[in-house]
Design a protein around this ligand. Structure first.
Ligand code: CO
Length: 183
């Protein structure tokens, strides 16, 4: 496999602060190609062989704005078994309901646009229900929990110009940790 030639913006790039715009259908061929490339990049980043070969950081999700295009699209690749991946493509996503319960990633969240260690935890809903469109423009509803729920919320934040570091209180990076469940 050859690594797709996508360039991921760094946190200092102001384009990451744009509010992404709703997508109209049908998608352009360029959009379809970019979505395919993003999925492929994430999958390869999660495979030891390619991570080492191309010196990648493992990533689970990417939003379209991270490659410089502020459209409301994100993708997530979830490794369900060793080298077996589930792909998610969500277009114009909306969170329609969420759990009361909050969770956080104990080792801290990561982002392919943030190339440094960040201390602190990010409160996220344990479960969310999201309405979105697939690449053909068909509406669907999906309910996700745990790490997928966190990944979806992280990516939807990107579509609104928000980075996970914005959700960490610099004065108290572990604020309210005792009221949430660590995963
Ligand atoms: Co990110």
């Amino acid at each position: 496999m050859k690594l797709p030639a996508i360039e991921i913006l760094d946190e200092k790039d102001k384009r990451l602060r744009l509010i992404s715009k709703d997508v109209t259908f049908p998608l352009t061929n360029e959009d379809k190609k970019n979505i395919k490339d993003m999925l492929e990049y994430l999958k390869m980043s999660q495979m030891d062989e390619y991570r080492e070969k191309y010196n990648l950081r493992a990533g689970m999700g990417l939003s379209y704005v991270q490659i410089g295009i502020p459209k409301r699209i994100f993708v997530v690749v979830d490794e369900v078994n060793e080298n077996e991946f589930e792909n998610y493509v969500l277009i114009n996503p909306k969170i329609v309901s969420n759990s009361e319960e909050l969770i956080y990633v104990g080792e801290g969240e990561g982002c392919l646009s943030i190339n440094r260690e960040v201390e602190g935890i990010v409160p996220r809903y344990a479960r969310i229900t999201v309405e979105a469109y697939d690449i053909e423009g068909n509406p669907f509803t999906i309910r996700v929990r745990e790490d997928l729920s966190i990944a979806f919320q992280h990516e939807i934040d990107h579509l609104n110009g928000i980075l996970f570091i914005d959700r960490i209180d610099p004065k108290n990076p572990y604020k309210n940790a005792n009221t949430m469940r660590e995963i």
